[in-house]
Design a binder for this molecule. Sequence first.
Ligand SMILES: [Zn+2]
Length: 137
Amino acid sequence: MVRIARERIATLFALAEREAATGQPELADRYVGLARRVGTRYNVRLLPEFRELYCRGCSAFWVEGRTVRTRLRSGRRVRTCLRCGRTRRSPTREARPAVASAVESDRPSVPRDDVVLAELPTEDESGDEVEDETEEG
Ligand SMILES: [Zn+2]
């Protein structure tokens, strides 16, 4: 039942998107309302990508510029529903992988060939554990 509910929610959002783009926008809002009701009926959370698409106050399907206004305000994304005026704030994600990798690569590579070799158990000749053998220079 849960799986069917999820499929139905996805279908309803697809329909809502289509109606909002080409057909009757009020139908899109109706589809959103139905999808939310299916979710509550079967205790299924709407997927995050769906939750971005509508107003939680009035279930209006959000179309940028028509039913929602998006503004960036002090590092946040503020979206105002143009139908009921409800606002929703979400942080703008700033992934900073460049800094982390820079720190990682800044770490000096320790020339520890001698240390590793000295600490290796001499009776084990399989060489499975020697994975750091990077020869530099
Ligand atoms: Zn609204």
